[in-house]
Write a protein that binds this ligand. Structure first.
Ligand code: FAD
Length: 288
């Protein structure tokens, strides 16, 4: 299939891009790396009047660290984030997750802003953002606002972004030495979207879990904290023994549904295995 007709614009600055959005509203859709959007156009899942290309806007690119916060421009491509020594030093969870985002050619074009705004339930970076307690900077012609990642996602492919708004920056608190991190995913082939995945930040007291922030992807509808699992995990000794409580808490937190080729019960099983495996292999910041 071919994309429906659309008009194409390429604003020269962020201000111009916001102006286009203010004037055109929902009729205008930002085009970043095009790695998800072009596929949805070709499949006729969306039919915007105007595509406005933000892929060359320098204001949306770059990575910097200030006062414990790693700020990443929304237009920064996955490949640059995955190879950044700043990110590796301060956010090893993100560096690890980037290895699993699609394939090299897609990481060279796809952007962090596109991934966060698209809100694919199987995407790695929305899950990491919620687990790390990130905030998103959102701009519009009327001004800006900052929203916490955990408040940004509210349903399958649904976010808090309104017509006329553009995601401009992601702010991630740098990981610290008191917390351990873990990341794992199960996919049919490396680089495919995950069947089930987990981004985890935990605090331990010896072999006991003292606090946990767990965000699953691929096996639930959007990036959110698995609060029941986290509450049950506190006080548990590692390694976790096989037990019913974990699967029951996962079923409540993830509420998965059957999808083609993967039943909800299988998703719970995968998430249970991933949880035990990830918690057993948590890494410390200084170890990287
Ligand atoms: P685009 O495709 O340009 O845009 C996506 C959506 O976000 C559009 O609705 C667009 O309007 C909106 N948007 C883009 N930027 C902004 C912004 N700054 N503000 C507001 N809205 C914005 N992703 C994964 O996470 N894991 C995978 O395993 C994975 N596998 C893939 C495999 C294949 C074969 C392909 C084609 C893609 C895969 N992807 C995967 C998706 C990839 O990571 C995309 O890069 C990403 O989802 C979208 O980024 P983009 O810059 O290409 O955005």
């Amino acid at each position: 299939m071919k994309a429906p007709n659309f008009r194409y614009m390429k604003p020269a600055s962020l201000d111009q891009a916001l102006d286009v959005l203010a004037r055109q509203g929902a009729a205008a859709v930002p085009l970043a790396g095009g790695q998800s959007l072009i596929a949805t156009l070709n499949l006729r899942l969306s039919a915007p009047d105007i595509l406005f290309d933000i892929s060359d806007l320098d204001e949306l690119k770059g990575i910097r660290v200030e006062e414990g916060i790693v700020s990443i421009g929304a237009g920064t491509v996955h490949a640059d984030i995955g190879s950044s020594s700043l990110v590796r030093g301060h956010l090893p969870l993100v560096t690890e997750a980037m290895r699993h985002v699609a394939h090299v050619a897609i990481r060279n074009r796809g952007t962090i802003g596109g991934s966060l705004a698209y809100a694919d339930p199987a995407a790695e970076i929305p899950a990491c953002s919620v687990a790390l307690g990130a905030s998103f900077v959102i701009a519009s012609a009327k001004g800006g606002r900052v929203v916490r990642a955990c408040d940004f996602y509210n349903g399958l492919f649904e976010t808090d972004l309104a017509a006329g708004e553009l995601l401009t920056e992601v702010r991630l608190p740098q990981q610290n030495t008191e917390e351990k991190w873990g990341f794992a995913e199960l996919a049919r082939r490396h680089g495919d979207f995950a069947l089930a995945g987990l981004a985890a930040i935990c605090r331990h007291d010896g072999n006991t879990v003292a606090a946990a922030r767990l965000v699953y992807f691929g096996c639930t509808d959007y990036a959110k904290l698995a609060q029941r699992v986290a509450a049950k995990l506190c006080g548990q000794q590692l390694p976790l023994e096989e037990s019913e409580w974990l699967s029951q808490a996962l079923a409540l937190d993830l509420a998965p549904t059957d999808s083609p080729g993967l039943r909800a019960a299988t998703k719970i099983k995968l998430a249970t295995t991933l949880t035990r495996r990830t918690l057993q292999n948590m890494r410390a910041l200084s170890a990287d």
